[in-house]
Design a protein around this ligand. Structure first.
Ligand code: SF4
Ligand code: SF4
Length: 559
């Protein structure tokens, strides 16, 4: 299979060898965990435990709120000691007692059972914004998916979590890919991996040759494509271009070109949730940076504090300059080491000042065009810079600001040290807030419509119950004559049309919500969820009216 090119890109120092030289290990069991209620895109989860409750590893402690949200489970066994607006704290009992769900065979279970399992286990994408995996698994409802891309590029410097997962669990990751390919209807799986991971490539080759010998167990063909190391080849659009020569349209999703992307860690967690009934309570984290003495990759329980973790790997506090969550290109500096590891924490860099020095002061733009050459999305970073500073949001949107993947390549090459990517992040946030303000008025209207739809549905159900009671009493009195004259003539055809329209409205609302959530996962989508709930209420009412009409017809026709 040929490799195609995406534009731009950079080759920063990789610095992966500090963490990829030692085997995957388990971090020590924490004595206390603090689990934020929002570790994913969408709404925070709602606590379903109380203080002093005893929990086991895998006990449900908070339930998802709405469609774009995610369940949360205890990551240690022990006692719930604190519940705040944002997080649940558990003191561990050190016994590490687990509570897992029954094992499922993904080859024989129906899709809905598997999707419900991903949902109940709180599965989210482990590589990016933490988008709930159960929604992504339903993508085949709205899109025809041809190809599942396993995004094993892991292109950011320092991060090696997927590399180590691939070396250690290549067969499980490929089995997870088969399971997800079956769910989304993909007929091929393409693994994209950068050529700086020779051991993972070797492990994958072995696993693939094993699969080829047992075709009936793993029916979807898998191809591995080794690509050159260039940042940001792990961006979904860039990888799809590189592997399949397909262009995801501006403002669109990979699904628009028939592709679904998952990273290896997510596929592994998905398989463990389904096959082993294991909720998402731990993940692999790269612990690296010159300020620690035992860098490497560790299985870490969610909720473990960063400080505890860094102490285990020998942090030298006097040399520590900053801790970055994620990679140096897209990650963010931590303001406190009290912060816990969450579902999306793939890397912690404990950096010294010499290693990641502060950015020099900014100077004016010299219009050199380096940023434009580096941009993998072919945006105009310099123009975006001017309009972001001027807060000219209309022009920013015309220049496709929201296509910016915040890769930081433009900032990296800028000789004037202009913090371009921060400017774009702030501009996006400002525009989102404006959109939210505008949407508030619409939301009030949609809530009113939801109330009307709920009342109509309750009315239809009341009417159906009344009709059923009347029919029963007529039956008991044996008076079918009265029934004939008392029962209105039903228009089945209109009711069927109304039901079909209501079903279409639900599908449309689901699709709109899923698309909005995928495009803008960090935001709440309350209004779209209200619109979906309204459509669902209307469908329930249409179903009830049709069922009631059919029952009436049956009575009218009975001798
Ligand atoms: S790289 Fe920096 S200095 Fe050069 S054009 Fe872009 S913003 Fe201006
Ligand atoms: S941060 Fe945005 S504008 Fe800058 S190079 Fe990346 S995609 Fe282009």
């Amino acid at each position: 299979m040929p490799a195609y090119e995406f534009p731009g890109g950079i080759t920063p120092p990789e610095r992966k060898d500090r963490s990829n030289q030692s085997p995957l290990r388990n971090a020590a069991l924490p004595t206390q965990v603090t689990l934020p209620l929002k570790q994913h895109s969408g709404n925070p989860a709602i606590p379903c435990v109380a203080i002093d409750d005893r929990v086991q590893v895998g006990s449900l402690i908070a339930q998802r709120d709405g469609m774009v949200s995610s369940n949360l489970h205890a990551s240690v066994s022990g006692t719930v000691t604190h519940i705040s607006e944002n997080a649940i704290t558990i003191d561990a009992d050190g016994l590490d007692r687990w509570q897992v769900l029954p094992s499922l065979d993904w080859r024989s279970e129906d899709h809905q059972t598997i999707i419900a399992r991903l949902d109940s286990c709180g599965l989210v994408g482990l590589g990016g914004a933490g988008f709930p995996a159960y929604i992504k698994a339903q993508i085949a409802d709205h899109h025809r998916i041809d190809t599942l891309v396993v995004n094993a590029a892991e292109c950011e410097p320092y991060i090696t979590a997927d590399d180590l997962a691939l070396r250690r669990y290549p067969t499980d990751i490929m089995e997870g890919a088969q399971m997800v390919a079956r769910l989304c209807g993909a007929h091929q799986i393409v693994v994209g991996i950068e050529d700086n991971k020779p051991e993972a490539i070797h492990a994958l080759r072995e696993a693939l040759s094993h699969f080829q010998k047992s075709d009936c167990q793993h029916p979807v063909s898998i191809t591995m494509k080794v690509i050159e190391t260039r940042y940001p080849s792990g961006g979904e659009r860039q990888l799809i271009k590189k592997l399949l020569n397909l262009d995801v349209p501006s403002g669109g999703l990979p699904a628009d070109v028939g592709v679904l992307c998952h990273n290896p860690g997510t596929l592994l967690a998905a398989l463990y949730a389904v096959r082993d009934g294991k909720p998402l309570v731990e993940r692999i984290v790269t612990l690296t940076g010159d300020a620690i003495s035992k860098p490497g990759n560790y299985w870490v329980r969610l909720g473990t504090s960063v400080e505890t973790l860094l102490q285990q790997v020998g942090v030298a506090n006097q040399q520590l300059h900053q801790v970055i969550v994620g990679g140096p290109m897209m990650g963010l500096p931590l303001s406190t080491l009290d912060a816990p590891v969450i579902k999306t924490t793939n890397c912690l860099i404990a950096a010294t000042r010499e290693e990641l020095p502060p950015t020099p002061s900014e100077s004016p733009c010299i219009r050199c065009g380096a940023c434009e050459s580096a941009c993998p999305v072919q945006l105009l970073p310099q123009q975006l810079h001017w309009y972001a500073r001027a807060e000219n949001d209309g022009t920013l949107e015309k220049l496709h600001l929201f296509d910016c993947i915040e890769c930081g390549a433009c900032s990296y090459v800028c000789p004037s040290y202009i913090p371009l990517v921060q400017e774009y992040r702030s501009a996006k946030q400002r525009i989102r807030i404006k959109r939210i303000e505008t949407a508030k008025a619409d939301h009030a209207k949609h809530r009113f419509e939801f109330r009307q739809a709920r009342l109509a549905r309750e009315d239809a159900e009341k009417q159906a119950r009344r009709q059923a009671r009347q029919a029963q009493s007529r039956q008991m009195s044996g008076s079918s004559k009265v029934a004939d004259s008392a029962t209105p003539v039903v228009d089945l055809r209109s009711l069927r049309i109304a039901q079909t329209a209501a079903k279409a409205a639900v599908r449309k609302a689901e699709k709109t919500l899923a698309r909005a959530a995928a495009q803008d996962p960090s935001q709440r989508h309350d209004d779209l969820e209200t619109q979906l709930a309204t459509a669902q209420e209307n469908l329930k009412a249409a179903d009830t009216r049709l069922a009631e009409a059919r029952a009436t017809m049956a009575q009218q026709e009975s001798p």
